[in-house]
Write a protein that binds this ligand. Structure first.
Ligand SMILES: [Cu+2]
Length: 156
C-alpha cells in the first residue's frame, strides 16, 4: 500500500511539472487527431475493469485511423485517454483537481483524446495516429493508471 502512495505522489509531481511548463492539451496533439469513424481501418476492443485494460500493448501504422470500442466491465467509472506521457500527465492533473462526484462528462471540457465509460457502458473513440512514436493509453481517474490501467502504443 505504501508503495502505491509513493508512486501516486511521484505521478502528481510529474503532472504538476507538465502543467507548469504549459504542455499542449486539446484537439491539436502530437499524438494524432480525432478520426472519422467511416475512415477507420481497424477496430480495437478494450475491456476496462478494476484496474486493468484487456490489452497492454498495441501497435499501429502512422496515418492509420483506429476505432477504439471500450466496454466497462467493472463497478467504477473509467476512461480512456490516448496520448504521449505529457498529455497523460496533464489530463491526470486536471482530473485529480475535481472530486469523483463532479467528474461527469460535460462538467468540464474533455480533451478530444479522451472518453469516459460508466459501469456497464460501451463507448467509442476514433483516433487518427499521425506520426511514428511511442504513446500511452491510460485511465486517468486518480490512482487507476498506477494500479495497472495503462498500456503502450507503438506507432510505426
Ligand atoms: Cu479507471
Amino acid at each position: 500500500m505504501r508503495r502505491f502512495l509513493i508512486l501516486g505522489a511521484a505521478a502528481l509531481l510529474t503532472a504538476g511539472t507538465a502543467v507548469a511548463h504549459g504542455s499542449s492539451h486539446g484537439a491539436s496533439s502530437t499524438s494524432g487527431e480525432p478520426g472519422d469513424a467511416k475512415k477507420a481501418t481497424r477496430t480495437v476492443k478494450l475491456d476496462a475493469s478494476e484496474y486493468a485494460f484487456s490489452e497492454q500493448t498495441l501497435s499501429f501504422k502512422a496515418g492509420e485511423t483506429v476505432r477504439f470500442v471500450v466496454s466497462n466491465k467493472g463497478k467504477l467509472k473509467h476512461e480512456l485517454t490516448i496520448g504521449d506521457a505529457a498529455e497523460q500527465a496533464a489530463h491526470a492533473a486536471e482530473m485529480s483537481k475535481m472530486s469523483d462526484m463532479k467528474h461527469d462528462e460535460g462538467s468540464h471540457e474533455m480533451p478530444a483524446n479522451s472518453i469516459h465509460v460508466g459501469p456497464g457502458e460501451t463507448r467509442e473513440l476514433v483516433w487518427k495516429f499521425s506520426k511514428p512514436g511511442k504513446l500511452l493509453f491510460a485511465c486517468n481517474y486518480p490512482g487507476h493508471s498506477d494500479l495497472g490501467m495503462q498500456g503502450r502504443i507503438a506507432v510505426e
